[in-house]
Design a protein around this ligand. Sequence first.
Ligand SMILES: [Zn+2]
Length: 147
Amino acid sequence: MKLALPETERNRLKHALKSRNRRPTRQRTCVYEVILEKRDHPTADDIHLRVREKLPSISLATIYNCLDTLVECELVKQVHLDRAPTRFCPNRNPHAHFHCRVTGQVYDVSLDDERLSIIEKTLPDGFTADTIELSFIGQGPKSDTIS
Ligand SMILES: [Zn+2]
């Protein structure tokens, strides 16, 4: 079976896993590939369905294990939205999420350093943030394409 993961992404995966003494198994590679392929913030169930087209016998438990590893290696981020299953995002640049109430789609909203530092400055003295999770909830554009 031939995997379509681009060389740069394949190397990123290999290095990130290696730095944590993990191997780029076929399952992990395939899960990462599926998340990069369609950047629609899939849930573990969505990922399971997509990976099964390539690895028909893979279990949901294995998908969860792979996702844990990818999150641990900082290749993929978990996206927690109110009363919804965790979604997964491969965008490593600082960004917020926009959750469309109508279509259920989740969009990336990029945040530049200037905006990030403004948000960080709203913290009271004595607080330091390791990460910022910012999400908007509302109605997205009428067309349901992700730009
Ligand atoms: Zn995202």
